[in-house]
Write a new protein. Structure first.
Length: 186
């Protein structure tokens, strides 16, 4: 049960943006800008970074929903997401993406440990300034999203619900849910 009164049965961040649509619209706009707008990283790669950070943070809702979106966007290569979560260093992904996930892991643990050496390695593997920027911003943003969702103890749905969420996020992107029924915000 959530720590505050949110729409019943609405999972994760969706319930929170329905509770505070004035702030929620900006959070969704940020997610849309990071995960769906133009970037040298594919939408699937950006969802994978969000999934990876959320899994490191043990945020079941965010890890589950973004893993489902990444699986949807990767299409035939759905097992790749689970391989990355289990051990990204041995997963069949590019060395560039491995270097970017290493940076994301450092942002998740202690952003001050993102070193010149980590950035240089990412560059050696073909990462651009934009790749590095977007990776750090996605990782930092998802640390905030994870803490927001878990800090208010939002509903984590049954795992069977994630596939539909992932398809919605992969096709529609990040749009505000329908207007909520008025809630007593006291």
């Amino acid at each position: 049960m959530a720590h505050i009164h949110v729409p019943e049965g609405v999972p994760g961040i969706r319930s929170l943006v329905m509770y505070r649509p004035d702030t929620g619209q900006h959070l969704y706009a940020l997610a849309q800008a990071l995960l769906r707008n133009e970037s040298p990283l594919s939408e699937a790669e950006r969802e994978l970074i969000a999934t990876f950070v959320s899994a490191l943070n043990d945020c079941n809702f965010c890890a589950g929903s973004h893993a489902a979106a990444a699986r949807f966007l990767f299409g035939q290569d759905k097992d790749l997401v689970d391989q990355v979560i289990a051990d990204y260093q041995t997963a069949p992904i590019s060395d560039k993406l491995k270097a970017l996930l290493t940076i994301a892991r450092h942002v998740q643990q202690d952003a001050r440990t993102v070193s010149d050496e980590l950035v240089a390695e990412a560059r050696r593997q073909g990462a651009t300034d934009r790749d590095i920027h977007d990776t750090v911003l996605i990782a930092a943003t998802f640390c905030m999203f994870n803490r927001y969702v878990d800090g208010l103890a939002t509903l984590t749905p049954d795992p069977s619900a994630y596939e539909a969420m992932g398809e919605r996020m992969g096709t529609v992107g990040y749009v505000m849910p329908s207007a909520p029924v008025p809630i007593d915000n006291s």
